[in-house]
Design a protein around this ligand. Structure first.
Ligand SMILES: NC(=O)c1ccc[n+]([C@@H]2O[C@H](COP(=O)([O-])OP(=O)(O)OC[C@H]3O[C@@H](n4cnc5c(N)ncnc54)[C@H](O)[C@@H]3O)[C@@H](O)[C@H]2O)c1
Length: 313
């Protein structure tokens, strides 16, 4: 019960990662308020609990943000326009991902929130020069989404340095697992592959499938996020949240085909605007040392658990 009696706010709490954070916080005894405009989130992701309050609205609404932050001790800021929505509409991305983050930070400062944890992304590394990628390696923003996610991080750092507001950024690397929507067009590659298999369709791979990612199971990402909220050593820091294992999209497709004992074929389709990152795998030494966090769930096990979740729906 690490959060017993604590009042926390989770923005984007009806989304994939946010709702997993909410569920864990409730198990840990927190009183949770969620702010979400349901752009991609869904009420079905949220458990029923007397300790949960849902507010429908946008992080871009300054007055609303101020009212939901009031009385809260910790903020998990997960609300964001995702990479596909952002690529289609960079202005909306800027308003939400940058403007919304600034609203959260201003309100957090005004109401003396103890800490704000910012959900950032390894997309800020673009095509890295070295692998595995360290937090202080060169950044290389290639999409409007990575511009806005990095701007959010920079604002967090600036509020920490300028006003002493305690902030932490966690750079998530390709999170997958239960509650990741596989029916909306914005879902990630793991969910997309599951969706194809379940509907007896070919598995759509953009490009030649040799591009790699560091796939991270959501429970591991949630635990890293909670440690970032609790540890005194996390303040003012940026952490990679990944596994250190590099997996190609072709390998991922094979793993999922074997898991379902399926005869599905891979169908190679055109690369999209967002498919400009060749390889990604992150170094997790910093978070291991400072927060004593290591990922517990292998890709094979995480895919198995995700399959079990889908079958339980
Ligand atoms: N899933 C990943 O692999 C991954 C990787 C890196 C970073 N992230 C970051 O983690 C966070 C959560 O991502 P996710 O994968 O759960 O995506 P998601 O789309 O499932 O969750 C985002 C949530 O934010 C809400 N939202 C969007 N705009 C909003 C607004 N203006 N006001 C209030 N709520 C709003 C959505 O309705 C949704 O519930 C995001 O900040 C994302 O950038 C995710």
């Amino acid at each position: 019960m690490r959060f017993k009696g604590m009042k926390v706010l989770v923005t984007g709490g009806a989304g994939f990662i946010g709702s997993n954070v909410v569920e864990k916080l409730l198990q840990e005894g927190a009183r949770v308020r969620v702010l979400d405009d349901l752009f991609t989130g869904s009420m079905e992701n949220l458990p029923r609990s007397d300790s949960l309050e849902f507010v429908k609205g946008s992080v871009t609404d300054e007055d609303l943000v101020d009212s939901v932050v009031k009385g809260v001790e910790i903020i998990f800021h997960c609300a964001a326009r995702n990479i596909i929505a952002s690529t289609k509409n960079p202005r909306d991305d800027m308003r939400t991902n940058i403007g919304g983050t600034l609203n959260m930070l201003l309100a957090a400062r005004r109401h003396e929130v103890r800490r704000l944890i910012y959900a950032s992304s390894t997309s800020v590394y673009g095509n890295p020069r070295y692998l595995p990628i360290n937090e202080d390696d060169p950044l290389n923003v290639l999409t409007p989404y990575s511009v806005s996610k990095l701007a959010g991080e920079h604002y967090c750092m600036a509020f920490y340095e300028s006003y002493g507001l305690s902030t932490v950024s966690v750079r998530y690397s390709n999170i997958y697992g239960p509650k990741q929507s596989f029916t909306n067009p914005y879902c990630g590659v793991v969910a997309k592959f599951f969706e194809a298999i379940l509907h007896d369709k070919p598995i759509p791979v953009h490009g030649d499938g040799s591009q790699t990612r560091d796939f991270t199971y959501v429970d591991d990402a949630v635990e890293a996020t909670l440690l970032a909220a609790l540890s005194p050593k996390a303040e003012g820091e940026v952490f990679n949240v990944g596994t250190g294992r590099e997996t190609s999209v072709n390998e991922l497709a094979d793993l999922i085909i074997v898991l379902f004992d399926s005869e599905a074929q891979v169908e190679y389709v055109d690369r999209r605007d967002i498919d400009n990152i060749r390889r990604r795998v992150v170094n997790i030494e910093k978070i291991r040392k400072k927060l004593k966090w290591i990922p517990m769930v292998t890709l094979e096990e995480g895919l198995k658990r995700t399959k079990r979740w889908i079958e339980s729906l």
